[in-house]
Each structure stands twice: as structure tokens, then as C-alpha cells.
Design a protein around this ligand. Structure first.
Ligand code: IVH
Length: 668
């Protein structure tokens, strides 16, 4: 075949394959067998091998993923990705309707109601009909370029269907996993010795963040589209028509949408959706109500966070009844002992629940949960299951009260109750359970971010006494690790490499990872920024620590006590020896805003909080979370509340967003 013929054939194959792909994945109406599809696919692969120039971005061969990236590029959304305001009652839905009617001064309009899919929002741009860019929502203004991952999702078109695609189309929708696909994938993971994911949404979010798109290609992602960003689509007047246009261009849209002439009809539709909820293949957490007439959107506008023409109706968390088979005690990172109810497994909101936390023994007593009880559980925030109450009517008299433990269940040392605290604690510094949680925390993504150090590996490292504290991690050799269960040479090397890479993390990650009580990620950042080095933090007395903005006496005392404790001295010495921490960026003394302290409050429309904070720090200013005598300026956005009042009372100068912007421009 000559190059010209090859090019023509490749184009024909791409068109055919993309079309059959749509018939199979979106419409579930295949017209050819898998075998016939594979034959066409192989032919294209061979052609592209022979003539690499023929590879195009819309080729179905792109769907298997590409070379791993080292990081995602950050891109701005041309139209911000707003969120929706939430309502939880029919009354609030009626209030929304009243607001719309008032804004539209009794002009005629109608509504659409559709499922609120519990997935991960993305925006995808098509230029001249070809998929050009896929971006995460991020903070709504900027997101990550995850194009390579998006292309692996078989139900998302690489080229738009139809003869005359719009020049520009940004579609917005939700990437998700069906409950069934999720369960199968988790079963495979457990079999392979990997950690299972908590729920379909978490696993979708985790998958989209993978830098290696070839792994993404193997995960069962799907996507439904429900909105547009910038676009040149013409001849659509309503949201319903837009959804039809999207479906005609090859996108999966919701199979259940309701056109509603008024709010009563919306409420009826919400009830119908609720009845359908468990039969849908994916999780939904409510319904979205949108005005149907697109021309009204720009007129109604949006607040900085959400449009005025739409609202979400969120379901109450699903409650189910089950039995308490046992009550066990979990040991936390700081030694807190927490009662956990081991339940007869039941599905709740899409995942099977077999444990529920009771927070502390006082709560256990108050709720009077006994072994053998029937209980009502719910997923608060749809992630962590909690026991709502005991079904007392179901008691038989055989239920057993649980006695508050006198000892730690793991190391058997006495359980101690500290005054003023609800928690009971194991105070044994060397308790294996505490060590495990400590190392897990140290290695977690939010702290030192050590790749390859999962839960089961930590367990073994502690049980085999290879690791007694975080410093021991840096002395591990690949040989030692390879000898552990389910570890091969390659995974052992990965771990050693992951540990080595973590040597160069930022100082704040270490301060957070050390697990000092009361020191969260934010306090750790502030400490790192103001003290600059591990040595300085170690050497600082409580008074010095309290001078750091936002560090109160409790945190200051806790940090001081941690470094003063003789048991931590050796650990910190060894860490200081082996780590090559990245120094925090400290603005120069003569930076233009050095010595100025800012507090932000209310909603800013031209920045996110992070962006404003970044700008302040870049110029050498300090950002604090509360107004005090030390505050130079309070920057007040829309709907500023108590901080504004406090600032006015304290005589602190208040800047509007405009004034802040001016100040910024005059110095930048
Ligand atoms: S419309 C400007 N429709 O809910 C409004 N959003 O809190 C754009 N979501 O970020 C959103 N299903 O991730 C819309 N049918 C649906 C949705 C939906 C789920 C998510 C979306 C958005 C969040 C809003």
C-alpha cells in the first residue's frame, strides 16, 4: 500500500471504529461482533505501525493510554466551573422557585430536573470536532490537564459525530464508575494484594489523578454530560435541546431527565427520581433543578460560587438497619482508643458497610449500643458510616453490654483517661498499633508522600520490628523488604526509592508527618514558613512559637513538648542527619509587604482564597486567619460576617476587593 492509500484507509478505519465504539459503549447497540471490531482495530494498529505519521489524536488506538507524565499541566477554565447551591427540603426548593420568579418578574419559564451524579466533574474541549483538552474542575477557575486519562474513557468521543461539528465545544459532565464495575475492580485489587477503594467516587477521583494513563485505561470509568462551557453550538434554545444536541454528537447523557412546567411538577419528579435511585447503576446524591430556557441564564447570572438558575436537591443520607455482631477497640495514632461496631454487612448508598465508628466510650454509653443489638446506621457525608440509634423494640434481652476496656487491646498497657477529654488513651509510646498508624500518617500523601508504602507493608515492617519510628524507614534495604510477604524484588526497590525521594520534601510535610498533637497541615506550613528550618523549630521555646501568626498556646506547647521529650531526641537527630529537606521560600526582608499582616474574609470574586494568599506571601506579607491587634488589613469580600465587625471594632483598616487589587497592582 502506498502512503496515500494508507492515509485514506486509516481515516476510514478511524471513522468506522469511532462509530462502532459509540454504538457499543454509549448506545449499547453494537452492530458488529467484538471479533469484527478487533479485526478492524488490528488493521489500524498495523497501519499506524507501518506509517507512524498517520497516528492522529482522534485515533481509537489512543485509548490505551500513553507514556506516564511527571506532572499535570495546570490550565485555566475559559468559563469558570461553578458549583451548585444545595437544598435539603422541599420548602427550600419552593424558595428557589420564588427567587427565580422574582428575578424573572413573572416571565414564563420552565424547569428541567436530572440526577445529581456522585462522580468527579470534568470539562472537555473539542476544536473542529476533535477532542483537544480534558481538565479537572480544580478550584473552579483552574484545573489539571488530564487529556490523556480522559481519552481512555471509551464512552467519550474522540471526534464528534455528525457532519458539521461546532468549531468550539466545551462539554461538562461527571466521570464515574458503576457500582458493579467498582465492586469487580475492588475484588480484583484485593486478590492482587492492593488496597481496596472506599467507594466509587473516591476510586474515580484517584484514577483520574494517575499520571500513568495506561493504568487509567484498565479502570472501568464512564462519563455522563449535562452542561456546556464556551461553545459555538447554534439553534439550541433550551437545556433539553442542548442535552439532545450533546447526545447527537456522541455523548452519554442522563437516561432520566424530567421536563417540568412548574415547581410542583419538579417536586413530583424528585420523588420519582428517589424511587429510581437504587436501580440506577451509579451513585447519585440528589437531583439538579435547572431553568430550561438558556436565554435567561446570563440575565440571572451567578454568585461567585453558583449560578442563580440552578439548584441541587440533596437526599438525606440513606439509613439502613443491621445487627451489631461485636464491638472492638481501635488504637489511633495518638493512642486514642475508639470503639468500633462490627456489623452484619449491609449495602448503604452503594457500598457494603461492615463497621461503624462510635467515636468514644461516652458515646457508646449514651447510645447504649450492645453486642447483638439491631441498629440504624447511615453514611454521614456518604463516606464514614455511623450508628444513628439502637432499635430498642427489637431487643430480646440477650444483648450484651460492652465494658469500657481497662487496657489497650494491642499492647495490654493500662488505658488512661485524661481530664477534660472524652477519649481513653493507651499511653505506651511503643505500642505496635500506635506505631503502625504513626508510620502510615508519616508516609501518607498529605505528609511525606512515600510511594509504595501501603497499609499491609507498614503492618509487616512493625510486626517484624524492622521499623520502630519514621527514621528507621531511611535505613531499610531492598533485601530486607523483599523478604516480606507479597513483596517482590521490584516492589521492594520501588519502596526504597519512594523512601529516598521523600528525603527532599518540604519542611512542613515533616512537621505534619511527625504527628505532633494539634499540629495539622496548616499549622505545619505556618511554622515552617516562619521558622525556616528543622533546627529552628526544635530550638524554639513555647514563647517564640506563640509569636508565629495563627499558632496559639496549645499548639505552641505541644510542639515544644514534642521536641523537648527525650524519647524524640534520637529520632529527630537521625531525621536531621538523613533528610535533605527543601527550605521554605522565605520572602526577603525588604519585600514590599514585609511586616504587613492580612486577614481575608467573605467571598472574593476575582481570586480564590489560595490565589489571594499566594499574592500576599509573594510580596512578603503574612496571612492570618483571625483578626487581632497584629492585623494590618482585613480584605472583605461579599457576605463578610463576624470578622468584618471585629475589624471595625478593633479599628483595623478594611479593604474592599477593589482596594486590595489596587494595592496589589501598585506594588506588584
Ligand atoms: S450542573 C453551573 N448537573 O455537582 C452548574 N452538575 O455542586 C454546573 N453534578 O460540580 C453543574 N450531576 O460536579 C450539574 N446533572 C448535573 C450534575 C452536576 C452532578 C455535580 C458537578 C458540579 C456539582 C455542583
Amino acid at each position: 500500500m502506498n502512503p496515500q492509500q494508507a492515509s485514506k484507509r486509516a481515516r476510514a478505519l478511524r471513522g468506522k471504529l469511532n462509530n462502532h465504539n459509540h454504538l457499543y459503549y454509549v448506545l449499547a447497540k453494537p452492530e458488529i461482533t467484538d471479533r469484527e471490531y478487533d479485526t478492524l482495530y488490528r488493521e489500524l494498529v498495523d497501519l499506524e505501525d507501518q506509517f507512524p505519521d498517520l497516528k492522529t489524536p482522534d485515533s481509537p488506538t489512543e485509548r490505551v493510554g500513553g507514556a506516564p507524565l511527571s506532572e499535570f499541566r495546570s490550565v485555566s477554565h475559559s468559563v469558570p466551573m461553578l458549583s451548585l447551591s444545595n437544598t435539603y427540603s422541599k420548602d427550600e426548593i419552593r424558595e428557589f422557585d420564588a427567587r427565580c420568579r422574582k428575578l424573572l418578574e413573572n416571565r414564563a419559564f420552565s424547569y428541567m430536573m436530572e440526577p445529581k451524579i456522585d462522580g468527579v466533574a470534568v470539562s472537555i474541549r473539542y476544536v473542529n470536532g476533535l477532542l483537544e483538552l480534558g481538565v479537572t474542575r480544580g478550584d473552579g477557575r483552574k484545573g489539571d490537564d488530564i487529556s490523556q486519562n480522559i481519552k481512555t474513557i471509551r464512552s467519550i468521543p474522540l471526534q464528534l459525530l455528525g457532519k458539521t461539528p461546532p468549531d468550539l465545544l466545551e462539554v461538562r459532565g461527571e466521570v464515574y464508575m458503576t457500582r458493579e464495575d467498582f465492586a469487580e475492580m475492588n475484588a480484583r485489587r484485593v486478590k492482587a494484594g492492593d488496597e481496596p477503594f472506599a467507594n466509587p467516587r473516591n476510586s474515580t477521583a484517584g484514577t483520574l489523578k494517575l499520571l500513568d494513563s495506561s493504568i487509567v485505561a484498565e479502570r472501568p470509568l464512564d462519563a455522563i454530560f449535562y452542561a456546556v462551557g464556551a461553545h459555538t453550538v447554534t439553534n439550541v434554545q433550551t437545556h433539553a435541546e442542548m442535552l439532545e444536541a450533546l447526545a447527537a454528537m456522541g455523548f452519554r447523557t442522563s437516561s432520566h431527565v424530567w421536563k417540568c412546567k412548574d415547581i410542583d411538577s419538579v417536586i413530583g419528579a424528585l420523588d420519582k427520581l428517589a424511587a429510581l435511585r437504587t436501580s440506577l447503576p451509579y451513585d447519585i446524591d440528589g437531583g439538579v433543578i435547572k431553568i430550561n430556557e438558556l436565554a435567561l441564564y446570563s440575565e440571572m447570572g451567578a454568585t461567585s460560587k453558583s449560578p442563580r438558575w440552578a439548584v441541587a436537591y440533596k437526599y438525606e443520607p440513606e439509613q439502613v438497619e443491621t445487627r451489631v455482631n461485636a464491638i472492638t477497640v481501635q488504637v489511633g495514632r495518638t493512642g486514642a482508643l475508639t470503639p468500633v461496631a462490627e456489623l452484619e454487612p449491609v449495602p448503604v448508598s452503594g457500598t457494603v458497610v461492615s463497621r461503624a465508628t462510635l467515636h468514644n466510650f461516652e458515646e457508646l454509653e449514651r447510645k447504649d449500643v450492645r453486642v447483638g443489638d439491631r441498629v440504624i446506621i447511615e453514611k454521614a457525608g456518604e463516606i464514614i458510616p455511623a450508628i444513628v440509634r439502637v432499635v430498642e423494640a427489637a431487643r430480646t434481652g440477650k444483648e450484651k453490654k460492652f465494658r469500657t476496656p481497662k487496657h489497650c487491646p494491642v499492647c495490654k498497657q493500662p488505658a488512661v483517661k485524661t481530664d477534660g477529654e472524652a477519649a481513653l488513651r493507651c499511653e505506651n509510646f511503643q505500642c505496635a498499633a500506635q506505631l503502625k498508624r504513626w508510620i502510615q500518617h508519616y508516609a501518607s500523601r498529605g505528609a511525606m508522600d512515600i510511594d509504595g508504602l501501603g497499609e499491609s507493608l507498614v503492618e509487616q515492617l512493625i510486626d517484624k520490628k524492622l521499623v520502630r519510628n519514621p527514621a528507621d524507614l531511611y535505613a531499610l534495604t531492598a533485601d530486607q523488604v523483599a523478604g516480606l510477604e507479597r513483596m517482590a524484588e521490584k516492589s521492594a526497590e520501588n519502596l526504597v526509592r519512594g523512601v529516598a525521594t521523600s528525603r527532599a520534601r518540604d519542611l512542613w510535610r515533616l512537621l505534619f508527618g511527625l504527628g505532633i498533637r494539634h499540629v495539622g497541615a496548616r499549622s505545619a506550613q505556618v511554622l515552617a514558613e516562619h521558622l525556616g528550618s528543622l533546627d529552628a523549630v526544635r530550638a524554639a521555646g513555647s514563647e517564640n512559637l506563640e509569636q508565629v501568626p495563627d499558632i496559639g498556646p496549645i499548639v505552641a506547647a505541644s510542639v515544644h513538648d514534642f521536641f523537648a521529650d527525650s524519647r524524640n531526641k534520637d529520632l529527630v537527630d537521625r531525621l536531621a542527619d538523613t533528610l535533605e529537606l527543601a527550605a521554605p521560600e522565605v520572602p526577603a526582608e525588604d519585600a514590599p509587604w514585609s511586616g504587613l499582616t492580612f486577614v481575608l474574609t467573605g467571598t472574593l470574586s476575582r481570586f480564590t482564597r489560595d490565589e489571594a494568599g499566594e499574592a500576599i506571601r509573594r510580596l512578603g506579607g503574612k496571612l492570618s486567619s483571625s483578626v487581632s491587634k497584629k492585623t494590618t488589613y482585613l480584605v472583605a469580600g461579599d457576605d463578610a460576617g463576624s470578622k468584618l465587625q471585629k475589624a471595625e471594632k478593633a479599628g483595623v483598616e478594611v479593604l474592599t476587593e477593589d482596594a486590595f487589587l489596587k494595592l496589589l497592582k501598585s506594588t506588584d
